[in-house]
Design a protein around this ligand. Structure first.
Ligand SMILES: [Zn+2]
Length: 67
């Protein structure tokens, strides 16, 4: 069963929830009981977005250092 990461916009708590892919998304934060949970899509969505700029900068700085 996949694990879904949720982030609460109310208390900024990250929560991992195991449930089926066909289950309804969890909305209520167990920490603060507010309907403020947003589902994080996969592991990479946010990370790759944040990381792409860094990667490009790093790539341009070292054009051919692989060999
Ligand atoms: Zn919360």
């Amino acid at each position: 069963m996949p694990t879904y990461s949720y982030l609460c916009q109310h208390c900024a708590k990250e929560i991992e929830i195991f449930h089926s892919i066909i289950a309804e998304p969890v909305k209520v934060c167990p920490n603060c009981n507010q309907e403020s949970l947003i589902k994080q899509i996969g592991n990479g969505a946010l990370v790759s977005f944040k990381g792409s700029g860094f990667y490009e900068t790093d790539y341009k700085r070292q054009p051919s250092k692989e060999k």
